[in-house]
Ligand binder design. Sequence first.
Ligand code: SF4
Length: 479
Amino acid sequence: MCGVVGLIGEDQAGEKLYPALFALQHRGQDAAGILSYDFERCQFHLEKGLGLVEDVFTSERRQRLKGSMALGHTRYSTIGSVDKEDLQPIFLSYPYGIGMIHNGNVTNYDEIVDYLRDRKLRRTFSRNDLEILMHMVAVGLASRKESADIAGNLSASVKELLQQVQGAYSAIGMLADHGLFAFCDMNGIRPLLIGRKRQGDKYSYCFASEKQVFFGLGFEYWRDLRPGELVLVDKDLNFQSSVLTEKKPRPCMFEWIYFAGSETEWHGRPVYEVRLKLGEILAQECQKQGIDVDLVAPVPDTSRAAACRLAEVLERPYREVLIKNRYVQRSFIVNEPEVRKMMVNLKLSPVQSEIKGKKILLVDDSIVRGTTSNRIVRLLREAGAEKVYLASTCPPIRHPCFYGIDFPEGESLVAHKRSEAEVARILEVDGLVFLPLNRLQEGLGLSSLCSACLDGDYPVPVSSENFLRTRNLNLGGEL
Ligand code: SF4
């Protein structure tokens, strides 16, 4: 999972993406990058590196990002590595000069690599999905280079890409001397939103994973990109769009539950409002199960809205019993196991005065591997809780995700092939309440979703064994 943003029609677009990337930092903390293009000098400028946005972009590096068109990326590695070759943006010099970023996972990666090598004589230098997406665009454009209709050529190239490349991807690209383009896979699994700002009788445009980026840049949110849609904004700010392959949207339900920032919206459904609704449904389920507690507490930060609403419905106090240390973010960069363990422990500290002797209902956004939940439950007991109940705004996650969220292995999921009672025993809780799967659509207010990790109904069929065998996966995160 990653954060993406593209901008055209603004002076120093690359520098402007620096603050915009802070609004997408929660979508990826492994690395960040910005690629800008200067139409006057016909030059790309690329700055990227490992670490948080503020670590990567010194003021000197930011000033090098000249031009009025730019792409920005925050990376969370689910595929590939955190090596430099896998960082985004990336670019190719031929044809025209193409730069790209994306968010998602390609599920038939090896098939496309073989096609590019055997049929198009192209080699890849990374294990990053983006590279094959970019080669597919390049192959299509190169094969049509005799035609001066760039928009038509791009459209035909992306249409071929959408038909051949399977998976979930929302991509933004730049064509040197031509403009900015963006497209989504035909199921629209990953978000991509369009913002704009009036410039005389035209608009400058911004594409981003989340809406708050537009607010920061002084843009207005306009609309979402549709599944299978390609948009091109040329250097004179003319906007063209076409839906190249039409299918029912299958947006990832996990965006609302966990991944997206509370202040964004997608498909007309504000994330914060959805999280409140999920809390309301969970409260009704707790009432059905006769759970009676002294207080309701969130696992920070994503579940705050749901916990707040749940407490209101149950008419119990809402308290913060766990404090998240915002400075302990990236324990994976510490090599010594002892120090690393201490850092993980320091991520969440208990507020003993609010815990001791209390029956606590803890609200979490989801339970994936169960290791974090189990650690928190023990933490509360050690701090003197009388009873610990757990409520999850996500139904049990029983199947892997191959579309860009970091749980591609079924065996690593605590609810995989287990009943809710078995999961409760493993987590050592006094009671466990999941959002019922049959109330998920009601909670999200949408009738068509990707919920494959819950029900096994994959919008793009994938062979799990094949996927794991062929990809260099970064497994074992902390969800
Ligand atoms: S499988 Fe789950 S996490 Fe993955 S895209 Fe679908 S809903 Fe989202």
